[in-house]
Every structure is written in C-alpha cells, then in structure tokens.
Design a binder for this molecule. Sequence first.
Ligand SMILES: Cc1cc2nc3c(=O)[nH]c(=O)nc-3n(C[C@H](O)[C@H](O)[C@H](O)COP(=O)(O)O)c2cc1C
Length: 155
Amino acid sequence: MSELKLTVLYGTETGNCRGVAEKVAKKGEKNGVDVSLYDLAEYTVDQLKEIDNPVLVVISTWDDGAPPPKAAPFCNALAEVDIDLSGLKFTVLALGDTEYPLYCQCGKEVDAKLSELGAERVLERTDLGSDFMVSYIGWSKKFWKTMAGVYGVTA
Ligand SMILES: Cc1cc2nc3c(=O)[nH]c(=O)nc-3n(C[C@H](O)[C@H](O)[C@H](O)COP(=O)(O)O)c2cc1C
C-alpha cells in the first residue's frame, strides 16, 4: 500500500483550510494512503518539482482576492515562476465566502497557474463557501473516488 501517496498543501489564515487539510489527511491515512501535509507558509515553489504523487492544494482567499497572508510568499512566487510541472497531478479545493466579490480568487489563480505550468488537473477545482463544513462532505466523496482512479485501486 506504500505506493499510495498524497501531498496536501494548505494556505490558511484562521485555520479553516488547515482543518480541512487535516481531515483529508486523516481519511487518507485510514485508507492506507501515505499523506504528506505541509503549510504553504513554510513551502517553496521549488519543492513542487520534487513531488512524484498527486497533490491537493487547500487554500483560502483574503482581502480583495489576496492569498492568506502567510501563504502570500508562496503564491506570489508561483505567479511569477516559469517551471515545467508536467507530470504533476493536482487538484485545488478553494475556501472563501460568496459575500466577497472576488470569491475564492486565490484558489482560482493557483489552479490556473498550476495548469499553465503543465500540471495535470485530475479533478476540477471546487470552491466552498462559508458552509464548507457541510459542503466538504460531497467534495470529499468525489475527491477519493478520483484518487482511487488515479491510483488504480478502489479506496
Ligand atoms: C477580512 C476578510 C476578507 C476576506 N476576503 C475574501 C475574499 O476576497 N474572497 C473570498 O472568497 N473570501 C474571503 N474571505 C473569507 C475567507 O476566505 C473564509 O473565511 C475562509 O474560510 C478562511 O479560511 P482560512 O481560515 O483557512 O484562511 C475573507 C474573510 C475575511 C475575514
């Protein structure tokens, strides 16, 4: 089972994305997936090149569509970079609030940029609003079904 690996990267300000990322990690580990969990506050764009398994990015949006402040260095570097990420399989789970005009903008930008760099989107980006604790459940089912396909197993 050790070949089933997943990297979960989260960018958070008040902990919502961390909570969601930890839930994903817990479920994965329960199903025999080797999960690596990282805070984007302590992650570099160069590290993306070293990932040889699927990656999930869970990230929120803050003022005027900006990244969560602690993840801003990563997001700003990603926006600027021109590296080849072909071979990387990814999906983005964006947290936000529909009350804001730039709903889930940061997640949208990360998703678009990873694709632009050649990474393969294995599941369409999902945007979750303030009801994310509830709407997460439907996304989680879809996500693990997709991962089972990616890994070639029934998870
Ligand atoms: C001051 C403030 C600004 C925000 N700006 C946005 C925004 O521009 N777009 C959006 O979709 N959500 C926005 N949100 C909502 C957050 O993204 C949402 O609460 C999210 O769940 C926070 O996740 P985190 O705790 O992981 O950072 C904002 C929230 C606050 C308090």
